[in-house]
Unconditional design. Structure first.
Length: 487
């Protein structure tokens, strides 16, 4: 008969497995701070707007892990792994005595949780866990290299008709209006340029951009200097549908978090947030007095917001199920001589308001014209703001554009890998021209300011210029330099 085990061994046998499990759980619940998941988003949202290749303040960039360790013009060590007290990047984001944090300049200071994450990351060795896909660098010194034309999501002519801006990968390409010469390449941080628009005076160009699942960014460029004047990070996904207020002081855009937002075009400060939509917001349009903003969404609605109060005003389109058969993709303001109207029974006064018209298009392929402001008493489920429906175009409408007088408009669409364009008379709905041959999906349209041409672009990466009103093709060109592989 074997002697019984000592009580001490029995106790250890019982407690050791529990201790090991507890230790493993502690490791699992206290992982190392992640640069890519925790720290990078903080720097991205608060710092990269001023510290990136297109706009380097203090000779210091914060676009990727290696750049964080460069000294900048202050010749200070930015990060000392293991010691946040000697790391300048940490010292400038925390308050000292009665003084506010030095950075981010001109913005609200980082929260305590954010500064604590930075402190903890540095204390743990400031390690990099970025995936390889996030380490590719494109900047003015390393411009994008194209082996094939990129999908074009947006084009716009300058108000004087001299420049055509085209979206690319990490960049906006500025062309002579006829496509005969590249005038400049505006290379920024965001991978995708989803929407771009010249300012009313043509001196600046704004882009709604971003990198999917990582960040959104509004870029504002000085056209003459070809310099980035403002980078305003927004949300953690690509943003869409950029538009300028008529006086050029504000910029609006839509987000994948279902919000519509607007910022001050000089400071980048957010002045509007509205979350009335229930799906991605893909387009925005200001009223001519700059007081209201219309937004369209994949949720099958166009909504009206008062900018000063950030208040949701109305559903411009009907909310009756089935009234719009699918999400909306595009909205354009009709540029025409102002009409006036007396505010309806719902109003608080009888002041005259500008009679605005908005053209929308989307999944069902039917262009529709709506009044921006309601003129009749609201009835649940009505569609009283609708002015007209136009002849359908094949497929899903991705783009609409008016000529400068608002007499004509064009719609561009996609169906089964093919593209279609129709030009309509806005007043009576007559189809002036159909362009249905030799096109791949159309994602953007723009009339020249003189109305004699319309530019179309999309899936195949080429820009096509058509004569108006005949629809005859005038020119076709690839807007980016193509590098042919020698292999």
């Amino acid at each position: 008969m074997k002697p019984p085990l000592p009580l001490t061994l029995i106790f250890l046998a019982l407690i050791l497995p529990q201790s090991i499990v507890a230790a493993e759980d502690k490791v699992k619940t206290n992982p190392l701070t992640s640069y890519f998941k925790d720290i990078r988003p903080i720097f991205q949202q608060n710092c990269q707007g001023c510290h990136q290749p297109a706009k380097v303040q203090g000779s210091y960039m914060m676009i990727d892990y290696p750049s964080l360790f460069l000294k900048g013009d202050r010749d200070k060590v930015q990060i000392v792994p293991g010691d946040p007290t000697k790391s300048n990047i940490y010292q400038v984001i925390i308050a000292h005595a009665d003084q506010k944090a030095e950075m981010p300049k001109g913005k609200d200071p980082l929260t305590k949780d954010q500064t604590e994450l930075v402190r903890k990351w540095i204390s743990e060795g400031a390690k990099d866990d970025s995936p390889k896909s996030a380490k590719k660098l494109v900047d003015p010194e390393h411009p994008p290299i194209y082996s094939l034309p990129p999908v074009i999501t947006s084009i716009d002519f300058s108000p004087d008709g001299q420049i055509l801006a085209v979206s690319g990968y990490h960049e906006i390409i500025l062309h002579k209006a006829d496509g005969s010469e590249i005038l400049g390449r505006l290379i920024g941080l965001a991978e995708r340029i989803e929407s771009l628009a010249f300012s009313p005076d043509g001196k600046q160009i704004a882009a709604a951009a971003g990198s999917p699942g990582r960040f959104g960014e509004i870029q504002i460029w000085d056209v003459a200097k070809k310099k980035l004047t403002l980078s305003a990070p927004s949300t953690f996904d690509t943003i869409y549908g950029v538009s300028w207020s008529p006086d050029g002081s504000k910029i609006a855009y839509g987000c994948a978090d279902n919000s519509v937002r607007a910022i001050d075009a000089t400071t980048g400060k957010q002045i509007l947030y509205q979350g009335a939509h229930t799906d991605w917001v893909l387009g925005t349009a200001f009223s001519r007095d700059g007081l209201f903003l219309a937004s369209i969404s994949r949720d099958r609605s166009m909504k009206l917001t008062e900018i000063a109060t950030q208040r949701f005003i109305d559903n411009i389109t009907s909310i009756t199920p089935g009234a719009l058969k699918g999400g909306l993709q595009t909205v354009s303001v009709r540029p025409r001589k102002d009409k006036t109207m007396v505010k309806g029974a719902e109003g608080t006064d009888a002041a005259e308001k500008v009679y605005e018209e908005l053209l929308i298009g989307g999944s069902d392929g039917i262009p529709r014209l709506y009044k921006m402001h309601r003129v009749t008493k609201r009835v649940i489920g009505d569609d009283a703001n609708k002015v007209r429906e136009y002849e359908a175009i094949s497929g899903r409408i991705y783009a609409t554009s008016f000529d400068k007088n608002g007499a004509l408009f064009a719609a561009g669409s996609s169906l089964d890998g093919k593209g279609f364009i129709k030009i309509y008379q806005a007043e009576d709905g007559k189809v002036v021209t159909k362009i249905e041959t030799g096109l791949t999906p159309i994602y953007s349209l723009a009339f020249t300011p003189d109305g004699t041409r319309i530019a179309a672009a999309g899936f195949d990466g080429t820009v096509k210029l058509f004569k108006v009103p005949t629809g005859e093709k005038d020119k076709e060109f690839v807007p980016v330099p193509i590098t042919v592989s020698k292999n």
